[in-house]
Structures are given as C-alpha cells and as structure tokens.
Design a protein around this ligand. Structure first.
Ligand SMILES: [Zn+2]
Ligand SMILES: [Zn+2]
Length: 275
C-alpha cells in the first residue's frame, strides 16, 4: 500500500479515487477539529518584512516539490519512498499525488493529442494555461470512463467523487490557513503555489515546442537548449530535456543522459534543439 502506484490502484478499484480523497478529507478534518479543540494559534503572525525574502525560497521549494512528485509518478525516487514523498509533497502543493499521477500517466500515453492529452498545448501560452486549468478535471472523468466504462452510473459516481475532491480542497486549504495564519497564507503560501503551478504549465508548454510551434502539428516533445533553459536544467534536474524524458521516462535527470548521448553522437538529428 505504501509503495503502490496510485494509477495501478485506480485501475484495480472503481472506488479508489473517492476513497483516496476521502482519506485526506478525514485527515484534514481531524487536524482542524484538533486545532479547534485545543485553541491552536497559527504559527506565523504578520504580515512581517521577512515574508519578502521567504517568498522566492518557498517558490523554489514548491517548484522542486512538483519536480519530485513528477519523479515519484515515474518511480524514479528510491523505491521505498516514491509514494510517501509523492503524498507529502502533494499535500504541500495542494493538488495531491493521485491526481498528479493519474493525469500525468495519461499525458505520457496521449501526449499532444488535442482531445486525449489531459493538458494539451496550444501555440498561445495563455490559452494553454486557461485550457489546462479548466479541462484537467474533465480529463480525470474521462480517464475513469476509459477504465470503468462510460455509463450513466459512472457519470453519477464521478460527480460524487468530484464533490469529495472539491471538499477535500476546502478542508486542506483551511488546514494550511489555520496552521500558517492568514497573512502568510494570503501573501506568501497561495501566491507561491499559484506561481509554481504556472511554472509547471509553462514547462509543459515550452517543452512541447510551444515557443517555436505555430500550429498544433508542430507541438511535440523537444529538448530545449537555449541559455535560459540550460540554466533551468541546472536548477531543476534537467527538466527541459523533455524529449529525452518522453523517450526514457524513468531517468531522474534526462539532461545528463542527453549530454552523454550528444557527446557520443554529436550529429544525431533526433536530439532536436530549440531556442
Ligand atoms: Zn510531456
Ligand atoms: Zn513524465
């Protein structure tokens, strides 16, 4: 259980995702009840001047949380900690590990399919952002129907599951709010999480050739090697070598593998480079 892959559980048990979010709902509700019964006062008062230097540090950590969750979905952290790390970091970035896993496995299966990719890219970055936020929940529904059948009963089940997920979001955010205090929550925690999410969407858009691709046909995984992306690879364990990631998804740092391959076969045209 503690090492199981959420998508494997999702495929085995039609009630998995409802129970999964239900579990986190109960955990958060229990924490909130404890806070209430003990008269817990938030850890951080404020606003304070030190929120400003903490902001970029937390943002960097939240981006790394997404990167480690991504690695955990591919099982490329040490086997014993993939699930635990994914779960804890999933709570920190609010979206939770199972949804990251289910959506991301679907992305690898259907990448750049405009209908079936859970977060297809558009030549316009902001259109991609809008579409990703609005349609990702729909893709979770679709994933469920693909596995368990597109029936009226399953539509009802998925609607109930979605209500549970929304409720879990509410109690999870309330828990962070009470723990951190209103000032830090509103001025630092929420904006950092929003920016980290935006960073992940930009990463997905740029590495599917969003900057150079002017039509849908030109959107596909690429290895980005421009100066900013080289810096990004150094800071974020090679994420911009994304074609390499799609070819060999279990590598922790695809940019290192790409550099090694380029050193061996410098003229190989399959190592597409872009700005
Ligand atoms: Zn991709
Ligand atoms: Zn991946």
């Amino acid at each position: 259980m503690l090492t199981a892959h959420p998508i494997a559980q999702f495929r085995k048990n039609p009630r998995f995702y409802l129970m999964y979010d239900g579990f986190w709902f109960v955990v958060c509700a229990a924490v909130l009840l404890t806070f209430w019964l003990t008269g817990f006062t938030p850890l951080i008062d404020g606003p304070s001047w030190w929120f400003a230097p903490v902001f970029p540090v937390l943002l960097f950590c939240l981006i790394w949380a997404h990167l480690l969750i991504h690695n955990a979905t591919h099982g490329s952290l040490p086997r014993a900690i993939n699930r635990i790390a994914g779960e804890l970091l999933g709570i920190l970035v609010i979206v939770r590990f199972a949804s990251w896993d289910i959506v991301h496995m679907r992305h690898h299966k259907y990448s750049d399919d405009r209908v079936l990719d859970p977060h297809p890219n558009f030549p316009s970055f902001w259109k991609t952002v809008f579409h990703t936020i609005v349609h990702v929940e729909k893709q979770l529904f679709q994933q469920y129907y693909d596995v368990w059948g597109d029936t009226p009963e399953n539509h009802g089940r998925e609607r109930r599951r979605a209500w549970m997920s929304y409720g879990t979001n509410v109690v999870l955010l309330a828990t962070w709010f009470w723990l951190l205090g209103p000032a830090f929550f509103v001025l630092v925690f929420i904006p950092c999480n929003a920016l980290a999410g935006l960073f992940v969407i930009h990463f997905n858009w740029s590495t599917h050739n969003g900057e150079a691709g002017k039509t849908f046909e030109e959107l596909h995984p690429v290895n980005l090697t421009g100066p900013w992306y080289r810096l990004g690879n150094k800071l974020f364990c090679g994420i911009y070598a994304h074609k390499m990631h799609h070819d060999r998804p279990t590598l922790f740092n695809p940019a290192t593998a790409l550099a090694a391959e380029l050193a061996q076969h410098p003229a190989d045209p399959s190592h597409q480079q872009a700005a």
